[in-house]
Design a protein. Structure first.
Length: 501
């Protein structure tokens, strides 16, 4: 009975709150959604579609980081291949597109719309392969071969249709970008609909320039971001809805599927910790809650382990490619270091996430660093957008109050996710010379791209939720839309002046 009486969101029981609940219900707001944000899902679709389409067509071909590699992986999935071959062979027409628009295009030349026309005329021929059909190893494709195939499936279906109607490789690339954007918008719209509270946080995170730039690309990050948002929204719905759902068979299944998908698509097994935010009463008892967490952990470990087993050849090719770098990275030695030096590893990780210069650099990458991470938003705009994110969490919590037990579990998930992200960066990027020099460990910072932290932004910001700071919802809506439009507008201007004549 004690668990049933404990509510992790403290609410006043007076007549005022009963009136607010009645108004919300009459206004069509479900699960206690505040009247002022009931239109946010639809608004997100409209604003996201406009901004996303501009990114999809303004970014020059293959100029989102690793986009050429993602395009090759997408092509292989469209042919029914889930586990990629370590020896990548692509159609000659795709190789021509890569040569016409190489990585860091801005270092070679600027382009005009007229420069796209010759590429639109390149015919797609699946029978003429790059290298005359000779199998070849392309190191730049190794990372994408590690990705689970699911994020590529929706765009691969559209790409497959485009192939059969005779579209050129460039047209297929733009079609894939728009397909990814559509899936991202749909899944995030669903996440916003599911959220019982704090929709403004997700709204602002989901429309960040960096997020939209990735969402409107061929990158698998587009779908993986949306799946992470959807999982968080579903967990928070189960935990904090005004009329929370009792967890039955359907909820267990949906939660399990989302956890496994996020763990596979984002290489983020730490998501198994997130359901701890759901109170024991929702599970029926503390025992059921811990049994569910144990089952999800076992399921995730089995699925991730099975995928790595299937993909072993690509994992080995990645390790070989890292050994051939100018700064040698020994993946196996880095894994062994994590296992044999847990205290030193924890110290390095802690110093990394508390380093001011590291935080500043990652903040820029999270909010807006475009292309091959070479085109950044100005610092003042990054600070302005970060302030908007904090304001969305601290001033738009309405009548929901996050208690300390809930904060503790949410903080545990964010910490586990951060450790997961840093561990991946350590394994894949740490030079071998660092391992043998203990004196260098205090000054070393783990290499990890900012976009890998984006799935943690939404739950981390919820830790700031409170009911004391207030800002009129309509005023905040105007400020938020202005900042979002300004940030993305400046991004478009920077992209235009960087890449185009």
């Amino acid at each position: 009975m004690a668990d049933e009486k404990r509510d992790w969101w403290n609410r006043d029981s007076g007549a005022k709150n009963q009136t607010v609940a009645a108004v919300a219900h009459d206004a069509g707001c479900t699960d206690g959604t505040h009247p002022s944000d009931r239109h946010l899902p639809t608004l997100f679709l409209v604003v996201g579609a406009v901004i996303g389409l501009l990114y999809a067509f303004m970014m020059p071909p293959l100029q989102v980081a690793d986009e050429g590699s993602h395009f090759a992986r997408l092509y292989s999935v469209s042919r029914g291949v889930c586990v990629a071959s370590p020896d990548v062979d692509i159609p000659q027409s795709f190789a021509q597109l890569n040569e016409s628009f190489p990585p860091w295009l801005e270092r070679h030349r600027k382009i005009s719309i007229a420069d796209l026309r010759p590429s639109l005329k390149i015919p797609f021929d699946p029978f003429v392969m790059a290298g005359n059909g000779r199998q070849r190893s392309l190191d730049e494709f190794v990372n994408q071969n590690l990705y689970f195939c699911l994020p590529y499936v929706p765009a691969s279906l559209v790409l497959n249709l485009g192939r059969h109607v005779g579209l050129s490789p460039l047209e297929l690339m733009y079609l894939s970008r728009v397909s990814n954007l559509a899936v991202y918008l749909a899944l995030t719209f669903l996440a916003l609909r599911l959220l019982p509270h704090l929709r403004w946080i997700l709204f602002c995170v989901a429309l960040m320039p960096m997020v939209m730039h990735q969402a409107a690309s061929v990158s698998a990050d587009s779908m993986s971001f949306a799946l992470a948002f959807l999982l968080c929204a579903y967990v928070f719905r189960l935990a904090f809805g005004r009329q929370p759902e009792a967890i039955g068979v359907r909820q267990y299944l949906v939660l399990g599927v989302l956890i496994v998908l996020v763990a596979l698509t984002r290489s983020l097994p730490a998501v198994v910790v997130l359901p701890l935010v759901i109170p024991s009463a929702r599970f029926g008892s503390p025992r059921n809650r811990w049994l569910a967490i144990a089952a999800y952990t076992l399921l995730t470990v089995l699925c991730v382990g099975f995928w790595q087993h299937l993909n072993q050849a690509n994992l080995e090719r990645l390790a070989e490619a890292r050994m051939m770098r100018a700064y040698v990275v020994d993946v196996h030695s880095n894994i062994r270091f994590l296992r044999e030096h847990p205290v030193e590893t924890a110290s390095i990780f802690l110093r990394t996430v508390t380093d001011f210069h590291y935080i500043r650099a990652k903040s820029t990458e999270i909010v807006g660093r475009f292309g091959w991470l070479s085109v950044s938003l100005p610092g003042w705009l990054v600070c302005l957008y970060l302030a908007l994110l904090v304001a969305s969490a601290t001033t738009q919590s309405y009548d929901a109050k996050l208690t300390w037990p809930a904060r503790g579990m949410l903080l545990l998930f964010v910490a586990a996710g951060a450790a997961n992200t840093l561990a991946a960066g350590w394994v894949l990027e740490t030079p071998i010379v660092v391992l043998g020099v203990p004196a260098a460990w205090p000054g070393f910072r783990v290499l990890s791209q900012g976009r890998y932290w984006i799935p943690l932004a939404f739950p981390a910001l919820i830790l700031l939720a409170n009911t004391k700071a207030r800002l009129n919802p309509r005023v905040f809506a105007g400020i938020a839309l202005a900042v979002i439009l300004i940030a993305n507008g400046v991004a478009f201007h920077i992209i235009r002046t960087t890449y185009y004549n």
